[in-house]
Design a protein around this ligand. Structure first.
Ligand code: HEC
Length: 278
């Protein structure tokens, strides 16, 4: 009996062992890939024609950052949303978004662009975009790695479903139907009254200094972005058409914005409804 069969069998085993040892070494030289996990584009955000959001996962935890985002639909600039604080004066409202040099990748290898946080704003479009279109997006990291994906253009209300994990979606779903009472609590908790006044009459202390002035929610005809609950919720999320001093409430959930919209509608009087009829 010879040992030939055994020695033949060891060759692939050695090759496999060599692969197991070498693969991580090769990867440590910076070759490990990055993936875009969830991504979506929404139209008309913060006065810009489109905004891109995504989650990125790097297969290692090397310190790195998203340095640039290229799209075939137009130039994207990395920005961060500046949530409104009660202490902000009118001077701080000049810009709802502020440019950033990069988006850091955390210790878990993850980075996220999401409503209310880091955003890639497309401030000029090379071609018109509509919901249902898709855009080629390339994410470039500071250490040279890249990931390319096709990203759908979605209605703003669909972003939660597209960008959050199932566990996160369950967390933001909210209990039952959004109602006006919950919306009233959120109106007070989010500083709306500082501009719009405690009763929503457009007469808050900060609001008095703003031009155009904050909306008096009883004057339905003055609304620029639509008066039904869905349009109001969208205005809260993505801002006024063409910008303006109204802050973005992109960090709230769909459920919370829908509740606030119901509350604002509940402030209307028979007189305010008459004012809309031409
Ligand atoms: C810093 C001041 C400020 C704060 C805080 C603020 N708003 Fe406004 N809001 C404005 C101004 C100013 C306008 C009018 C902008 C314009 O006409 O361009 C406006 C407009 C609106 C509109 C009218 C949209 C339309 O279609 O015309 C709604 C609805 C609204 N705000 C709701 C809210 C709610 C709800 C909150 C709190 C979650 C809030 N605002 C917080 C200043 C503010």
């Amino acid at each position: 009996m010879t040992h030939h069969p055994t020695s033949h069998a060891t060759a692939p085993v050695v090759a496999r062992l060599a692969f197991l040892v070498l693969a991580p070494l090769v990867a440590a030289c910076g070759a490990r890939p990055v993936h875009v996990e969830r991504a979506a584009i929404a139209l008309d955000v913060a006065g810009a024609p489109a905004a891109l959001y995504l989650s990125l996962l790097a297969e290692d935890a090397i310190a790195d950052s998203i340095e640039e985002i290229w799209t075939d639909a137009g130039v994207a600039t990395l920005q961060t949303a500046r949530p409104h604080r009660m202490t902000d004066g009118p001077a701080d409202l000049a810009s709802l978004m502020a440019p950033v040099a990069g988006v850091p990748i955390d210790a878990q290898g993850a980075a996220r662009l999401a409503p209310g946080g880091y955003t890639a704003l497309l401030s000029t479009l090379r071609r018109p975009l509509a919901e249902g279109d898709s855009v080629t997006v390339q994410v470039r990291l500071a250490r040279g790695r890249r990931a390319e994906v096709r990203v759908p253009v979605l209605p703003y209300e669909a972003l939660e479903a597209a960008l959050l994990t199932p566990a996160e979606r369950a967390e933001v779903a909210g209990d039952g139907d959004p109602d006006a009472a919950e919306g009233g609590r959120l109106f007070r908790a989010n500083g709306c009254a500082s501009c719009h006044g405690a009763e929503g009459h457009g007469d808050g202390p900060v609001g008095r200094t703003l031009r155009p002035p904050p909306r008096d929610f009883r004057v339905v005809s003055a609304f620029k972005g639509g008066t039904d609950a869905a349009r109001i919720a969208r205005t809260l999320a993505a801002g006024m058409p063409g910008g303006g001093a109204m802050p973005l409430y992109a960090h709230l959930t769909n459920h919370e914005r829908a509740a606030i919209a119901r509350y604002l509608i509940s402030l209307r009087t028979p007189d305010s409804l008459q004012r809309t009829t031409p």
